[in-house]
Design a protein around this ligand. Structure first.
Ligand SMILES: C[S@@+](CC[C@H](N)C(=O)[O-])C[C@H]1O[C@@H](n2cnc3c(N)ncnc32)[C@H](O)[C@@H]1O
Length: 288
Protein backbone atom coordinates (compact mmCIF):
# COMPACT_ATOMS: atom_id res chain seq x y z
CA UNK A 1 0.00 0.00 0.00
CA UNK A 2 1.30 3.46 -0.82
CA UNK A 3 0.31 5.94 1.89
CA UNK A 4 1.91 9.06 3.28
CA UNK A 5 2.74 9.09 7.00
CA UNK A 6 1.02 12.01 8.71
CA UNK A 7 3.26 14.85 9.82
CA UNK A 8 3.12 15.75 13.49
CA UNK A 9 4.44 18.66 15.57
CA UNK A 10 6.66 18.14 18.59
CA UNK A 11 3.90 19.29 20.94
CA UNK A 12 1.26 17.02 19.35
CA UNK A 13 3.47 13.96 19.55
CA UNK A 14 4.62 14.82 23.07
CA UNK A 15 1.02 15.07 24.31
CA UNK A 16 0.08 11.84 22.52
CA UNK A 17 3.02 9.97 24.13
CA UNK A 18 2.42 11.36 27.64
CA UNK A 19 -1.26 10.39 27.36
CA UNK A 20 -0.25 6.83 26.42
CA UNK A 21 2.09 6.51 29.41
CA UNK A 22 -0.44 8.08 31.79
CA UNK A 23 -3.04 5.59 30.59
CA UNK A 24 -0.53 2.80 31.32
CA UNK A 25 -0.14 4.17 34.87
CA UNK A 26 3.46 5.38 34.48
CA UNK A 27 3.96 8.06 37.14
CA UNK A 28 6.99 9.50 35.40
CA UNK A 29 5.20 9.92 32.04
CA UNK A 30 6.37 13.52 31.39
CA UNK A 31 9.97 12.81 32.39
CA UNK A 32 10.13 9.60 30.34
CA UNK A 33 8.77 11.22 27.18
CA UNK A 34 11.07 14.21 27.59
CA UNK A 35 14.10 11.89 27.88
CA UNK A 36 13.03 9.94 24.79
CA UNK A 37 12.51 13.18 22.82
CA UNK A 38 15.90 14.54 23.91
CA UNK A 39 17.57 11.33 22.86
CA UNK A 40 15.78 10.87 19.53
CA UNK A 41 15.82 14.52 18.46
CA UNK A 42 19.29 15.32 19.84
CA UNK A 43 17.85 18.43 21.43
CA UNK A 44 18.08 19.22 25.18
CA UNK A 45 14.96 21.43 25.02
CA UNK A 46 12.73 19.66 22.49
CA UNK A 47 9.61 21.61 23.47
CA UNK A 48 11.27 25.01 23.02
CA UNK A 49 9.98 24.84 19.43
CA UNK A 50 6.61 23.10 20.02
CA UNK A 51 5.31 23.70 16.49
CA UNK A 52 8.36 22.20 14.75
CA UNK A 53 7.46 19.14 12.74
CA UNK A 54 8.99 15.75 13.51
CA UNK A 55 10.00 13.73 10.44
CA UNK A 56 7.54 10.82 10.10
CA UNK A 57 10.23 8.12 10.44
CA UNK A 58 11.50 9.66 13.68
CA UNK A 59 7.96 10.01 15.00
CA UNK A 60 7.37 6.30 14.41
CA UNK A 61 10.58 5.38 16.22
CA UNK A 62 9.56 7.58 19.16
CA UNK A 63 6.12 5.93 19.23
CA UNK A 64 7.80 2.51 19.26
CA UNK A 65 9.95 3.43 22.27
CA UNK A 66 7.02 4.94 24.15
CA UNK A 67 4.94 1.83 23.46
CA UNK A 68 7.72 -0.37 24.87
CA UNK A 69 7.91 1.96 27.88
CA UNK A 70 4.13 1.68 28.37
CA UNK A 71 4.57 -2.11 28.45
CA UNK A 72 7.09 -1.87 31.29
CA UNK A 73 10.49 -1.75 29.57
CA UNK A 74 12.78 0.41 31.78
CA UNK A 75 13.44 3.87 30.37
CA UNK A 76 17.19 3.39 30.87
CA UNK A 77 17.26 0.25 28.71
CA UNK A 78 15.34 2.04 25.96
CA UNK A 79 17.80 4.94 25.96
CA UNK A 80 20.81 2.58 26.18
CA UNK A 81 22.77 5.04 28.31
CA UNK A 82 22.33 6.44 31.80
CA UNK A 83 24.21 8.86 34.02
CA UNK A 84 25.61 7.94 37.41
CA UNK A 85 27.63 10.34 39.58
CA UNK A 86 28.10 12.54 36.50
CA UNK A 87 29.49 9.63 34.48
CA UNK A 88 27.87 8.32 31.32
CA UNK A 89 27.32 4.55 31.23
CA UNK A 90 25.95 2.09 28.71
CA UNK A 91 23.06 0.05 30.12
CA UNK A 92 20.71 -2.54 28.67
CA UNK A 93 19.25 -5.97 29.18
CA UNK A 94 21.47 -8.12 31.40
CA UNK A 95 22.94 -5.38 33.59
CA UNK A 96 21.55 -3.67 36.68
CA UNK A 97 20.58 -0.04 36.09
CA UNK A 98 22.74 2.13 38.38
CA UNK A 99 20.53 3.73 41.07
CA UNK A 100 20.91 7.16 42.68
CA UNK A 101 21.02 5.33 46.08
CA UNK A 102 24.34 3.85 45.05
CA UNK A 103 25.83 7.34 44.77
CA UNK A 104 25.54 7.36 48.58
CA UNK A 105 27.93 4.37 48.66
CA UNK A 106 30.43 6.21 46.45
CA UNK A 107 30.23 9.33 48.64
CA UNK A 108 30.48 7.36 51.88
CA UNK A 109 33.55 5.49 50.61
CA UNK A 110 35.22 8.71 49.43
CA UNK A 111 34.54 10.46 52.76
CA UNK A 112 36.09 7.62 54.75
CA UNK A 113 39.13 7.60 52.42
CA UNK A 114 39.54 11.38 52.93
CA UNK A 115 39.08 11.07 56.71
CA UNK A 116 41.81 8.43 56.87
CA UNK A 117 44.09 10.25 54.43
CA UNK A 118 43.94 7.37 51.91
CA UNK A 119 44.78 8.89 48.50
CA UNK A 120 45.99 6.06 46.25
CA UNK A 121 44.20 3.00 47.54
CA UNK A 122 43.92 -0.46 46.08
CA UNK A 123 40.15 -0.91 45.79
CA UNK A 124 38.12 -4.06 45.10
CA UNK A 125 34.61 -3.37 43.78
CA UNK A 126 32.79 -6.68 44.25
CA UNK A 127 29.69 -7.38 42.12
CA UNK A 128 30.59 -4.51 39.84
CA UNK A 129 27.77 -4.77 37.26
CA UNK A 130 27.95 -1.78 34.90
CA UNK A 131 31.09 -0.62 36.75
CA UNK A 132 29.34 2.47 38.08
CA UNK A 133 30.99 2.38 41.53
CA UNK A 134 34.47 1.53 40.25
CA UNK A 135 34.37 4.24 37.56
CA UNK A 136 33.02 6.91 39.92
CA UNK A 137 35.72 6.10 42.49
CA UNK A 138 38.41 6.19 39.82
CA UNK A 139 37.32 9.64 38.70
CA UNK A 140 37.50 10.98 42.27
CA UNK A 141 40.66 9.08 43.24
CA UNK A 142 42.83 9.16 40.10
CA UNK A 143 45.74 7.50 41.92
CA UNK A 144 43.68 4.48 42.94
CA UNK A 145 44.21 1.01 41.55
CA UNK A 146 40.76 -0.46 41.13
CA UNK A 147 39.65 -4.05 40.55
CA UNK A 148 36.07 -4.60 39.38
CA UNK A 149 34.88 -8.19 39.91
CA UNK A 150 31.82 -9.51 38.08
CA UNK A 151 30.63 -12.93 36.93
CA UNK A 152 27.68 -12.33 34.59
CA UNK A 153 28.77 -12.42 30.92
CA UNK A 154 26.04 -9.90 29.99
CA UNK A 155 27.06 -7.47 32.75
CA UNK A 156 30.75 -7.96 31.88
CA UNK A 157 30.06 -6.82 28.31
CA UNK A 158 28.67 -3.54 29.66
CA UNK A 159 31.49 -3.23 32.19
CA UNK A 160 34.06 -3.46 29.37
CA UNK A 161 32.20 -0.99 27.17
CA UNK A 162 31.89 1.43 30.09
CA UNK A 163 35.59 1.19 30.88
CA UNK A 164 36.31 2.14 27.27
CA UNK A 165 33.67 4.89 27.16
CA UNK A 166 35.26 6.52 30.20
CA UNK A 167 38.90 5.98 29.15
CA UNK A 168 39.34 4.09 32.37
CA UNK A 169 42.24 1.95 33.60
CA UNK A 170 40.26 -0.19 36.06
CA UNK A 171 41.12 -3.90 36.08
CA UNK A 172 38.20 -6.16 35.22
CA UNK A 173 38.22 -9.56 36.91
CA UNK A 174 35.82 -12.06 35.43
CA UNK A 175 34.58 -14.56 37.98
CA UNK A 176 32.65 -15.48 41.08
CA UNK A 177 33.49 -13.26 44.06
CA UNK A 178 32.98 -16.30 46.29
CA UNK A 179 35.64 -18.40 44.57
CA UNK A 180 39.02 -18.70 46.33
CA UNK A 181 40.80 -18.51 42.91
CA UNK A 182 39.18 -15.16 42.16
CA UNK A 183 40.01 -13.84 45.64
CA UNK A 184 43.64 -14.91 45.24
CA UNK A 185 43.91 -13.00 41.91
CA UNK A 186 43.67 -9.64 43.66
CA UNK A 187 46.43 -7.89 45.61
CA UNK A 188 45.94 -6.86 49.24
CA UNK A 189 43.25 -4.15 49.30
CA UNK A 190 42.91 -0.90 51.21
CA UNK A 191 39.20 -0.69 50.42
CA UNK A 192 36.55 -3.31 49.62
CA UNK A 193 33.32 -1.83 48.34
CA UNK A 194 30.20 -3.68 47.26
CA UNK A 195 26.60 -3.22 46.29
CA UNK A 196 25.72 -6.92 46.18
CA UNK A 197 22.32 -8.47 45.41
CA UNK A 198 20.21 -7.97 48.53
CA UNK A 199 16.56 -8.74 47.81
CA UNK A 200 14.91 -11.42 49.94
CA UNK A 201 12.90 -14.38 48.62
CA UNK A 202 9.75 -12.45 49.56
CA UNK A 203 10.95 -9.29 47.73
CA UNK A 204 11.51 -11.38 44.59
CA UNK A 205 7.80 -12.25 44.49
CA UNK A 206 6.79 -8.58 44.61
CA UNK A 207 8.96 -6.99 41.90
CA UNK A 208 7.65 -4.11 39.79
CA UNK A 209 7.38 -4.75 36.03
CA UNK A 210 10.48 -2.65 35.32
CA UNK A 211 12.61 -4.49 37.89
CA UNK A 212 11.45 -7.83 36.46
CA UNK A 213 13.35 -6.83 33.30
CA UNK A 214 16.61 -6.70 35.30
CA UNK A 215 18.69 -9.85 35.86
CA UNK A 216 17.73 -11.87 38.95
CA UNK A 217 21.45 -12.59 39.53
CA UNK A 218 21.78 -8.87 40.30
CA UNK A 219 18.84 -8.84 42.70
CA UNK A 220 18.46 -12.01 44.77
CA UNK A 221 20.51 -12.13 47.95
CA UNK A 222 19.26 -15.44 49.41
CA UNK A 223 16.18 -16.11 51.53
CA UNK A 224 16.86 -13.24 53.98
CA UNK A 225 18.76 -11.11 51.42
CA UNK A 226 21.99 -11.25 53.45
CA UNK A 227 23.95 -14.13 51.88
CA UNK A 228 26.46 -11.86 50.11
CA UNK A 229 27.21 -9.76 53.21
CA UNK A 230 28.03 -12.87 55.23
CA UNK A 231 30.12 -14.35 52.44
CA UNK A 232 32.04 -11.15 51.59
CA UNK A 233 32.74 -10.24 55.24
CA UNK A 234 34.07 -13.75 55.92
CA UNK A 235 35.87 -14.60 52.68
CA UNK A 236 37.35 -11.19 51.81
CA UNK A 237 38.44 -10.12 55.32
CA UNK A 238 41.91 -11.58 54.82
CA UNK A 239 42.29 -9.64 51.54
CA UNK A 240 41.95 -6.37 53.41
CA UNK A 241 45.03 -4.85 55.01
CA UNK A 242 45.00 -4.00 58.73
CA UNK A 243 43.16 -0.67 59.04
CA UNK A 244 41.52 -1.22 55.64
CA UNK A 245 37.91 -0.29 54.96
CA UNK A 246 34.90 -2.30 53.92
CA UNK A 247 31.81 -0.47 52.61
CA UNK A 248 28.43 -1.92 51.69
CA UNK A 249 25.14 -0.79 50.24
CA UNK A 250 22.04 -2.64 51.47
CA UNK A 251 18.25 -2.52 51.38
CA UNK A 252 15.62 -0.90 53.55
CA UNK A 253 15.80 -2.19 57.14
CA UNK A 254 18.91 -4.36 56.64
CA UNK A 255 21.33 -2.08 58.52
CA UNK A 256 21.02 -3.89 61.87
CA UNK A 257 21.73 -7.28 60.31
CA UNK A 258 24.65 -5.95 58.25
CA UNK A 259 26.10 -4.32 61.40
CA UNK A 260 25.81 -7.66 63.21
CA UNK A 261 27.56 -9.49 60.36
CA UNK A 262 30.39 -6.94 60.29
CA UNK A 263 30.87 -7.13 64.08
CA UNK A 264 30.82 -10.92 64.10
CA UNK A 265 33.64 -10.88 61.52
CA UNK A 266 35.71 -8.55 63.72
CA UNK A 267 35.15 -5.25 61.92
CA UNK A 268 34.95 -2.10 64.05
CA UNK A 269 34.22 1.66 63.71
CA UNK A 270 30.97 0.95 61.90
CA UNK A 271 29.27 4.02 60.46
CA UNK A 272 26.10 4.42 58.43
CA UNK A 273 24.83 6.83 55.77
CA UNK A 274 21.30 7.69 54.67
CA UNK A 275 20.33 8.02 51.02
CA UNK A 276 18.43 10.95 49.51
CA UNK A 277 15.14 9.39 50.66
CA UNK A 278 16.28 9.26 54.31
CA UNK A 279 16.79 5.47 54.33
CA UNK A 280 19.91 4.07 56.03
CA UNK A 281 21.59 2.78 52.90
CA UNK A 282 25.31 2.19 53.44
CA UNK A 283 27.74 1.03 56.12
CA UNK A 284 31.48 1.30 56.38
CA UNK A 285 33.73 -0.50 58.84
CA UNK A 286 37.42 -0.92 59.59
CA UNK A 287 39.48 -4.09 59.90
CA UNK A 288 41.54 -4.13 63.12
C1 LIG B 1 23.09 -5.33 42.87
S1 LIG B 1 24.03 -5.57 41.39
C2 LIG B 1 25.17 -4.21 41.56
C3 LIG B 1 25.79 -3.76 40.30
C4 LIG B 1 26.58 -2.46 40.43
N1 LIG B 1 27.66 -2.58 41.38
C5 LIG B 1 25.66 -1.33 40.84
O1 LIG B 1 25.79 -0.85 41.97
O2 LIG B 1 24.81 -0.93 40.04
C6 LIG B 1 24.97 -7.00 41.79
C7 LIG B 1 25.90 -7.51 40.71
O3 LIG B 1 26.57 -8.66 41.24
C8 LIG B 1 26.75 -9.62 40.22
N2 LIG B 1 26.95 -10.90 40.92
C9 LIG B 1 26.03 -11.65 41.57
N3 LIG B 1 26.61 -12.72 42.15
C10 LIG B 1 27.93 -12.64 41.86
C11 LIG B 1 29.06 -13.44 42.19
N4 LIG B 1 28.91 -14.54 42.94
N5 LIG B 1 30.27 -13.09 41.72
C12 LIG B 1 30.41 -11.98 40.95
N6 LIG B 1 29.38 -11.15 40.63
C13 LIG B 1 28.15 -11.48 41.07
C14 LIG B 1 25.50 -9.50 39.38
O4 LIG B 1 25.69 -10.03 38.10
C15 LIG B 1 25.28 -7.97 39.40
O5 LIG B 1 25.93 -7.37 38.33
Amino acid sequence: MNYELKKVSRRQLYDECVALLNAAGKESADFDVLCIFQDMLGDKNPLFLPGKEIPPGTAERIRGLVKARSEGEPLQYLLGKWEFYGIELYVGEGVLIPRPDTETLVEHTLDICREKGIRSPVIADLCSGSGCIALALERELPGAEIYAVEMSPEALAYLRKNRELNNSRIHIIEGDILSPEVISTLPEADVIVSNPPYLTAQDMTELETEVLCEPSLALFGGSDGLDYYRAIAEKWRDKLREGGIIAFEFGLGQHGDVEEILRSCGFTDISFRKDGGGIIRTASAVKH
